[in-house]
Design a protein around this ligand. Structure first.
Ligand code: NAD
Length: 485
C-alpha cells in the first residue's frame, strides 16, 4: 500500500522552518478504510527534538516581553482562523481519527472556545495587592511565564487538546514544543499551521512528530521548564517520575472509569439517552466516556430494556456518512484491546447483553459494535479498568450509599453523573463522589470552555487545564516587597 495523491505529507516546525526529512517514518491510515493513507510524518530523532527545544528557548526571551494583550490577540486571530476552516479541519479529523463528522465539528468548536477564553487572559493576567505587615512597605504578587514548555497530546482529541494547551501557554508568555500522537499527525499539523498563520514569531510554537523518543527527550531536557501531558495513566506516571528528577513542573490529564448513577426516582428516558451519548459518543474513546452504569435495582430491568433498544439502534460505519452515529476505533491495536476486555469479562462471569463483536459488513476498518455488559460485579476487570472503547458495564445497587461505594472503588476519578429528582441525594453525590467533573441530570461528559478540566486520583495531577486554573501551571508567582524611602 503506497502513499497516494490525497496523502498529506506532514513536516516538523522547528524555529521558522517546516522540515520534511524522514517524512515516511509515520504512516497514518484512515481507521474507517485502511486503504486510504491519510498522512505521512517524520518519526523524529532526539537530535530533531533538541533543535526544536533550542528554538523554543531562543524565542522565549523576546516572547515573554511581548505584552500579554498582544499575545492574546494572536491567539484570538488563530481562533478566528480555525473557525473559518471549521469544515475542512472537521473533515480531516474524521478521516484521520475516525469520529463522526458532527463530533468532529463539536471538537473543533471546543478548540475555538478555549482559544477565545485563553485570549482574554491576556488582559487578566494579574497578581494580588495585599496589605503590608510592617509600616511603609508596598507589596504585591506578579505572574511570570515559566519558560519553554512541552505539550504532549493524545490522539483522541487531536484538535481540542493541543489548542487548550498551546493557547494558554502562549498567552501566559511561554514558548511551546508540541509533540502530538503519531496516530494523528495531519490534524496536529493543521492546528499548528493555523497558529502560525495568526502571526506567531519564529520559534514561539514548534512541532515535532514522533513517539516515545521525542517524548522522552522533551521530558528530560533541562531547557523545558514544564510538561503538559494528556494520555494514559501509565505514561503519565512515568513522565511524572522522570520530571521529578529535575523538579520540572508537570500537569497530567490521564485515564477515567466514569460512572453514571441512576436512582429509582430518576427520569429514566433522559437517563438512558444520556447513557447512550456518554458511553458511545466518539466510539467511547473519550477520557470522560461513561463506562459504568450504576443503577438502582428497582429500575434496573426497565433501564436495561431501554438501553438495549437504544444501543441496537446505533448505526455504525465511516464517520463521514451522515446517517452514521458511531465511527471506528482508532486502530487495530485498540480494537484488539477492546476484544480482549470483553473476552475476559465473559471469562469472569459477566454477560454480554448487547454487542460484543465486530460488524460483519465493515471489514475495511477497525469497527466494533456498541456493547453492554451485564452481571458485572465491582471487582471484575471490566468494572475497574479503562476500556477506551464502546463498552458499557451495567452494575446493580440497592441505594445511593452503595452506588457511591461502587462508583468510588476504582483508581480513577475524572468525571461522574447522577440522575435523580431528589435534590438532597444530588447534593450528597456532589459531596461524596471522588471525581473532578460532576453532572446532575446531564450526560457525564467534560465541561465548558471556561471551567477547569480534570479529576481526582489517577485521572489528573497538577493544576487543572482549561479555565483560569491553568494559569497556575503556565506561570510562576513572584511576591514583591518595596520599602518606601
Ligand atoms: P498514551 O499515553 O499512549 O500517549 C499520549 C502521548 O504520550 C502520545 O503523544 C505518546 O506518543 C506520548 N508518549 C508515550 N510514551 C511516552 C513517554 N515515555 N514519554 C513521553 N511521551 C510519551 O495515550 P493515548 O493512547 O494517545 O491516549 C489515550 C489515553 O489518553 C486514554 O487513557 C485517555 O483516557 C487519556 N486521555 C485523557 C484526557 C484527560 O483530559 N484526562 C483526555 C484525553 C485522553
Amino acid at each position: 500500500m503506497g502513499a497516494g495523491d490525497t496523502t498529506i505529507r506532514c513536516g516538523n516546525l522547528i524555529g521558522s522552518k517546516w522540515e520534511h526529512r524522514g517524512v515516511e517514518g509515520i504512516r497514518r491510515l484512515n481507521p474507517a478504510n485502511v486503504r486510504d493513507v491519510v498522512a505521512t510524518a517524520p518519526d523524529s530523532s532526539t537530535e530533531d527534538t533538541r533543535r526544536a527545544i533550542q528554538a523554543a528557548a531562543d524565542a522565549f526571551q523576546t516572547w515573554r516581553r511581548t505584552i500579554p494583550p498582544e499575545r492574546g490577540k494572536i491567539v484570538l486571530r488563530a481562533a478566528q482562523l480555525l473557525e473559518s476552516h471549521m469544515e475542512e479541519v472537521a473533515k480531516l479529523l474524521t478521516r484521520e481519527e475516525g469520529k463522526i463528522l458532527s463530533d468532529s465539528r463539536g471538537e473543533v468548536q471546543r478548540g475555538i472556545d478555549v482559544m477565545e477564553f485563553a485570549a482574554g487572559m491576556g488582559r487578566r493576567l494579574g497578581g494580588q495587592t495585599l496589605p503590608t505587615e510592617v509600616p511603609h512597605v508596598f507589596c504585591f504578587t506578579t505572574r511570570r511565564p515559566i519558560g519553554p514548555v512541552a505539550a504532549i497530546s493524545p490522539w483522541n482529541f487531536p484538535v481540542a487538546i493541543p489548542c487548550w494547551k498551546i493557547a494558554p501557554a502562549l498567552v501566559c508568555g511561554n514558548t511551546v514544543v508540541l509533540k502530538p500522537s503519531p496516530l494523528t499527525p495531519a490534524t496536529a499539523t493543521r492546528v499548528v499551521e493555523i497558529f502560525q498563520e495568526a502571526g506567531l514569531p519564529p520559534g514561539v510554537l514548534n512541532l515535532v512528530h514522533g513517539g516515545t523518543q521525542v517524548g522522552t527527550e522533551l521530558v528530560n531536557s533541562p531547557l523545558i521548564r514544564g510538561i503538559s501531558f494528556t494520555g494514559s495513566t501509565k505514561v503519565g506516571m512515568a513522565i511524572h517520575a522522570a520530571a521529578a528528577q529535575r523538579l520540572a513542573k508537570v500537569q497530567l490529564e490521564m485515564g477515567g472509569k466514569n460512572p453514571q448513577i441512576i436512582l429509582r426516582d430518576a427520569d429514566l428516558e433522559s437517563a438512558v439517552k444520556a447513557l447512550l451519548t456518554a458511553a458511545f459518543g466518539s466510539t467511547g474513546q473519550r477520557c470522560t466516556a461513561t463506562s459504568r452504569a450504576i443503577v438502582d435495582r428497582k429500575v434496573a430491568t426497565e433501564v436495561v430494556e431501554r438501553l438495549a433498544q437504544g444501543t441496537k439502534a446505533i448505526r455504525v460505519g465511516p464517520g463521514d456518512r451522515p446517517e452514521v452515529q458511531m465511527g471506528p476505533l482508532v486502530d487495530e491495536a485498540r480494537l484488539r484491546d477492546v476484544q480482549g476486555f470483553v473476552q475476559r469479562a465473559r471469562e469472569e462471569g459477566a454477560k454480554v447483553v448487547v454487542g460484543g463483536s465486530e460488524p460483519e459488513e465493515l471489514r475495511n476498518g477497525h469497527f466494533y459494535v456498541p456493547t453492554i455488559i451485564g452481571d458485572v460485579r465491582p471487582e471484575h476487570e471490566i468494572a475497574r479498568e479503562e476500556v477506551f472503547g464502546p463498552v458499557l458495564s451495567f452494575i446493580e445497587v440497592g441505594d445511593l450509599e452503595e452506588a457511591l461505594t461502587v462508583a468510588n472503588a476504582v483508581d480513577y476519578g475524572l468525571c461522574a453523573s447522577i440522575f435523580t429528582r431528589d435534590i438532597g441525594q444530588a447534593f450528597t453525590f456532589v459531596d461524596k463522589i471522588e471525581a473532578g467533573m460532576i453532572h446532575v441530570n446531564r450526560p457525564g461528559l467534560g465541561g465548558f470552555s471556561n471551567f477547569p478540566f480534570g479529576g481526582y486520583k489517577h485521572s489528573s495531577y497538577g493544576a487543572r487545564e482549561v479555565g483560569d486554573d491553568t494559569i497556575n501551571f503556565y506561570t510562576d508567582i513572584k511576591s514583591v516587597y518595596i520599602q518606601e524611602t
